[in-house]
Ligand binder design. Structure first.
Ligand SMILES: Nc1ncnc2c1ncn2[C@@H]1O[C@H](COP(=O)(O)OP(=O)(O)OP(=O)(O)O)[C@@H](O)[C@H]1O
Length: 360
C-alpha cells in the first residue's frame, strides 16, 4: 500500500515499536500515546474499526449500504476503510457512495471532485442528490436570503432529509456516516450545555433511526480525528476544506475545549462518550413523540417537519420562520427549535434509537 500521509504525526524518536518490537517507532499514537511503527498503526486503526463493526452488529451480510460521502477527510477515509474491510472480512455488503450537493460554490463543488475520484479509485457507485433538485433552493440562494447567522440550521435539516431521500433512490438498507469520536464527544458536551435532554439521551447511539426511514450508523464512533488525519496511505483528499458559510462559533468553542482536554489527557474523548452513554434520563423529563409530517410524510415530532417549515418560510419570503427556539423551549427543547411533546416521558428503553436521525 502506498504510504504518503497528509499530516505530520508526533515523532517517536528512535525507540522500537511497542506492538511489534521489531521496527522503529514512527509515531506516537494520538489515542494511546503508544510509540508505534506505521505498519502497526495501520493494523490497529483498521482492526479497531472492524471490532466496532462486529461488536455492535452494524451490518448483516447482503445489505446495501450507502456511505454518506462529503469528500471531507472523515467520509473519504470511511469509504476507503469500509471497502477494504468488506473485502478482507467478507462482510458481504454492497457499498455505494451517496453525496449531497448543497449548492455551495467554492466548497462542495470542490469536495465532490474528491468523491468522483473515489468512485473510480474504490470502484463504488456514486449517487449525487442536490438541494436544488429536492428543494429548488441551493445553500448559496439560502445564504443570500437569510445571511450567514442561521444558515447551518437549513443546511443540517435539509441534509438529513436529503440523505434519506438519496438512500431511498439507491434502495439501501443503511447509511453510514464519518462522524468520529471527537464529533460525538463534542455533541455530548453541546447537548449538556444546551440542556437538550432528548438529544443527550440518543447522541451516543452507534445506530440511530431504526424506526425512521432508514437506519444510520457511525463506524468511527471510537475513532479519533487525529488518527483519521494521519491514516491516509496516499493522497485521498487534497486538503481539508472548511465550509465557507459555517460561523460555528458555539460548536467551535466546544471543539476547542475538547481538543485542549485531549492534549492534556487523550482518554478525555472516550470518557466524555462513556459519560454520555451512561446518563439516565429522569422519568419526569418530557420527551418528543415521533410521528410523521402532514405535508411530506417525513418523520417529525410536530405536525410539519422542520424541513417543510423552513422551506415554507423561504418560499413565502419569511426565511426566519422556524428558526430559533419557541418561547416554551429552553432546557429540554429540541436543538432545532422543535417543541417538546406534552405527554409524559416513556420509559428509557422505548427511547432507544427513537429520534436518532434527528441528530446525524
Ligand atoms: N454533503 C454531504 N454528502 C454526503 N454525506 C455528508 C455530507 N455532509 C456530511 N455528510 C456525512 O456526515 C458526516 C459528518 O459530516 P460533517 O459535516 O460533520 O463533517 P466532517 O466531520 O468534516 O466529515 P467529513 O470530513 O467527512 O466531511 C460526514 O462524515 C459524512 O458521512
Amino acid at each position: 500500500m502506498p504510504v504518503q500521509s497528509t499530516a505530520a504525526p508526533a515523532r517517536a524518536g528512535s525507540r522500537l515499536c511497542v506492538r511489534c518490537g521489531e521496527r522503529k517507532a514512527a509515531l506516537k499514537r494520538p489515542k494511546t500515546l503508544e510509540q508505534i511503527c506505521r505498519e502497526c498503526f495501520y493494523i490497529v486503526f483498521e482492526d479497531e474499526i472492524h471490532r466496532t463493526i462486529v461488536d455492535n452488529n452494524l451490518f448483516k451480510a447482503g445489505e446495501r449500504v450507502a456511505i454518506g460521502a462529503s469528500g471531507g477527510k472523515d467520509s473519504t477515509v470511511l469509504a476507503y476503510v469500509l471497502s477494504e474491510l468488506n473485502k478482507r472480512h467478507n462482510y458481504g455488503l454492497d457499498l455505494f457512495l451517496l453525496s449531497i450537493d448543497e449548492g455551495i460554490t467554492g466548497y462542495r463543488d470542490d469536495s465532490l471532485e474528491t468523491v468522483k475520484r473515489n468512485e473510480i479509485q474504490y470502484g463504488l457507485p456514486l449517487k449525487i442528490v442536490s438541494y436544488k433538485d429536492l428543494y429548488d433552493w441551493t445553500m448559496d440562494d439560502i445564504v443570500k436570503a437569510i445571511g450567514l447567522k442561521n444558515n447551518c440550521t437549513f443546511c443540517g435539516v435539509f441534509r438529513r432529509q436529503a440523505l434519506d431521500r438519496g438512500a431511498a433512490l439507491l434502495k439501501v438498507d443503511k447509511i453510514v456516516t464519518g462522524h468520529n469520536a471527537d464529533d460525538i464527544a463534542e455533541t455530548v458536551l453541546l447537548n449538556i450545555l444546551r440542556g437538550d435532554i432528548a438529544r443527550l439521551s440518543r447522541c451516543t447511539f452507534i445506530t440511530t433511526g431504526e424506526d425512521g426511514p432508514i437506519p444510520r450508523c457511525k463506524p468511527f464512533k471510537y475513532t479519533y480525528e487525529k488518527e483519521i488525519v494521519i491514516y491516509p496511505l496516499h493522497d485521498i483528499f487534497q486538503s481539508i476544506l472548511r465550509c465557507i458559510y459555517s460561523p460555528n462559533a458555539y460548536r467551535g468553542f466546544a471543539r476547542e475545549f475538547i481538543k485542549d482536554l485531549e492534549r492534556m489527557r487523550p482518554r478525555a474523548i472516550l470518557d466524555i462518550i462513556t459519560s454520555g452513554e451512561n446518563f439516565r434520563i429522569s422519568t419526569t423529563t418530557r420527551m418528543p413523540e415521533q410521528g410523521t409530517c402532514e405535508r411530506c410524510g417525513y418523520i417529525s415530532s410536530q405536525k410539519l417537519c422542520k424541513a417543510c417549515v423552513l422551506l415554507e418560510g423561504l418560499n413565502r419570503g419569511l426565511p426566519k420562520l422556524g428558526i430559533g427556539r419557541t418561547a416554551k423551549s429552553g432546557a429540554g427543547a429540541d436543538g432545532n427549535g422543535e417543541r417538546q411533546g406534552k405527554r409524559p416521558e416513556r420509559n428509557r428503553s422505548s427511547l432507544h434509537g427513537k429520534h436518532g436521525n434527528l441528530d446525524f
